[in-house]
Write a protein that binds this ligand. Structure first.
Ligand SMILES: [Zn+2]
Length: 268
């Protein structure tokens, strides 16, 4: 190859690498350095969702409750920046107070969290916040920071064999304890609130939820706030945004009776 051809080829390869390496966050509009494509998000989500369920008590064995949680989740995901992902919302039979998002649209909420909530709009606030993490690909980013993506993907893309069972379990434990950044949290709060409102939910449900979590956290630290660390003045900036944008909340859904009937009564 001539020197000139070699230079052209080099520039071409570097350009390809650069394009492949930058992904635009649809919420912030900023370019982010994630070297993996969305197909990999879906491959990881699909591979690790069953193990996630297993490690956190399995699904709550109540089809009606699962349908209800999923329907609320689909409402907020359907008006998100990425309605085209296939979303799955699952309630897990675990006492921790937590919610998670695996890459590619697999979202989980625990029994412990469901028992602390009182209305459908509060449930929507948690599911919308998690949806925003999926849209922004925050789990993938956190996994990249912890050098976890390579291992996770090699398992997800290889044929299943007994040798990978312990790796899947180990990677899942690490995913469960991943921490988002406070900046990711703030972006997820604001985008999540926009999704709630677009889906017709009263956004004050998000303030009620965070006030409840902060106050419960004072008596015993909650898993949710360790993986989703509170940005400064969290309820303050949420309230400010509501007052600026959505001050007529009269006709927005709170759903206290529905939540009582489809979740709290059924968990007893
Ligand atoms: Zn979060």
């Amino acid at each position: 190859m001539s020197k000139r051809k070699l230079i052209v080829w080099g520039v071409f390869s570097l350009t390809c690498l650069f394009i492949y390496s930058c992904a635009t966050n649809p919420i912030t509009g900023e370019d982010e350095f994630i070297i993996y494509g969305e197909d990999q998000d879906i491959a990881i989500g699909r591979q690790y969702a069953p193990e996630m369920e297993k490690q956190l008590g399995g699904k709550i064995p109540d089809a009606q409750l699962q349908d209800y949680v999923n329907s609320v989740g689909q409402k907020v995901a359907g008006v998100s920046h990425r309605p085209d992902f296939e979303y799955h919302f699952t309630a897990l039979d675990h006492n921790s107070v937590n919610a998670f998002a695996l890459p590619g649209g697999y979202i989980f909420i625990t029994r412990g969290m469901l028992e602390k909530l009182k209305t459908e709009s509060q449930l929507a606030s948690i599911l919308a916040h998690e949806t925003a993490h999926v849209v922004a690909r925050d789990t993938m980013e956190a996994m990249s920071r912890e050098m976890l993506v390579g291992t996770a993907l090699s398992v997800a893309l290889s044929r299943e064999g007994s040798s990978t069972v312990s790796t899947v379990a180990d990677v899942t434990r690490q995913i469960i304890s991943l921490k988002y950044s406070r900046e990711d949290e703030k972006v997820a709060d604001i985008a999540g609130m926009d999704y709630m409102v677009a889906a017709g939910y009263n956004p004050y449900g998000m303030i009620e939820t965070f006030e409840m979590l902060e106050s419960e956290n004072e008596s015993s630290p909650l898993e949710f706030l360790s993986t989703h660390p509170s940005p400064e003045n969290r309820t303050g900036y949420i309230a400010e945004r509501i007052e600026l944008n959505y001050y007529i909340t009269d006709n927005m859904k709170t759903g206290r009776d529905e939540y009582q009937k489809y979740v709290l009564e059924r968990l007893k």
